[in-house]
Design a protein around this ligand. Structure first.
Ligand SMILES: NC(=O)c1ccc[n+]([C@@H]2O[C@H](COP(=O)([O-])OP(=O)(O)OC[C@H]3O[C@@H](n4cnc5c(N)ncnc54)[C@H](OP(=O)(O)O)[C@@H]3O)[C@@H](O)[C@H]2O)c1
Length: 341
């Protein structure tokens, strides 16, 4: 038996910030699930900054979306039909490979089981999902925060940044937020961040960061690149660690070189270490990160703001909002009720 699905397909590779015209919503027919497969319906679709790389005409660290191809993306979904021994109708799964659509036929292997009794379903796309795992593993492996150290986090009120700040506090560090508004910084304070810098209103960003970090910066969790990165790099302490996690400020010039300052002298003097981090390299350790985050959540040590939009139609504009800072918290789009069975 076949099934109808609605899916967003890419119509053009954008240059700069995408527009809603870069995608088209179309009806598609899905076959029934074959042996080892399931048919699932999306409950929440995730929108994430990495998707900008996937729609670039240039090759990225992962394969891109072809023109006419279904837009990549993760989801929490409910199983509707199953031809796989691990899954039954009514089960909930999390997967990075659902796509921007309301229904999909997926391989039953490699899906993560989601327990709706433990946390809201969208939590598995945020603090208990990919962004949470990113914050935890990047701080564990590269940040290695020691008590009393100053850790500066850009895009601090976002999906990764909210979790990162709270982990730093749990490790006894001093967490400093960089964000685009007073409202976002107030939320960061509520999460436990010790200080904050509004990069849009600061008269001189370097001076503002210097005032917020009077003892210098031991760990820089860089989610943005660009001018924030430039202002922080001059203030690294001896033995500083720099986590290159994201480059969202380059979204408007994604396919051009970023002509920023050079920091080789500062890196030498501080004997700093700069390391790129990519969550998809760490699949074997997702369980370890999930357990640590679930323990923090159960102990009441994780607060989190989620920015929920409704309906499949909202996907392109929800995604674009990440690139302009119009989201407040982890952005997800709710496609349907938690359970239909
Ligand atoms: N390496 C990995 O494995 C990995 C995994 C997950 C995420 N990431 C990266 O981590 C970063 C944060 O991701 P997220 O999912 O947590 O997104 P998010 O922070 O929830 O949303 C993106 C935020 O980026 C900020 N932003 C947008 N344009 C900016 C600009 N021009 N300059 C400075 N900040 C800007 C905005 O915050 P403000 O309003 O405060 O500017 C916006 O809210 C992204 O760069 C993403 O690519 C990397």
């Amino acid at each position: 038996m076949t099934h109808l699905s609605r899916a967003w397909v890419l119509t053009a590779h954008p240059t700069g910030i995408p527009t809603v015209e870069n995608w088209r919503l179309e009806d598609q027919t899905l076959p029934g699930p074959a042996d080892g497969e399931i048919l699932a319906r999306s409950v929440y679709l995730s929108v994430d900054p990495y998707m900008r790389g996937r729609i670039s005409a240039k090759a990225n660290y992962a394969g891109g979306v072809a023109i006419g191809g279904i837009m990549h993306g993760g989801a929490v979904a409910e199983v509707l039909e199953s031809n796989h021994p691990d899954w039954r109708p009514g089960d909930h799964v999390e997967t990075m490979n659902f796509g921007w659509r309301d229904k999909a036929v997926l391989k039953g292997d490699g899906l993560t089981r989601v327990d709706p009794a433990l946390a809201p379903l969208h939590a598995y796309l945020s603090y208990l999902g990919m962004p949470g795992r990113t914050a935890w593993l990047a701080l564990q492996d590269i940040g290695q925060v020691k008590p009393g150290e100053t850790v500066l986090i850009s895009a601090a009120s976002g999906a990764v940044g909210q979790v990162a700040g709270q982990i730093v506090k749990a490790k006894g560090g001093r967490a400093v937020a960089v964000a685009s508004s007073e409202e976002k910084l107030a939320w960061c304070k509520q999460l436990g961040y010790d200080a904050g810098v509004n990069y849009r209103t600061a008269e001189d960003l370097g001076t503002a960061i210097g005032e917020a970090c009077p003892d210098g910066i031991d760990v820089f969790f860089d989610n943005t690149a660009g001018p924030i990165h430039d202002a922080v790099m001059k203030r690294l302490n001896l033995g500083a660690r720099v986590i290159i996690c994201g480059t969202i400020s380059l979204a408007s010039k994604f396919d051009e070189p970023d002509m920023g300052e050079r920091f080789l002298r500062q890196i030498l003097v501080a004997r700093a270490r700069i390391q790129g981090f990519l969550i998809f390299d760490h699949v074997a350790r997702y369980g370890e990160a999930n357990s640590a985050l679930a323990a923090m959540s159960e102990a009441g040590d994780l607060q989190f703001k989620t920015d929920v939009e409704e309906r499949l139609e909202a996907m392109p504009s929800a995604f674009i909002s990440l690139l302009t800072g119009d989201n407040f918290g982890k952005k997800v789009v709710r496609i349907g009720p938690d359970s239909e069975s």
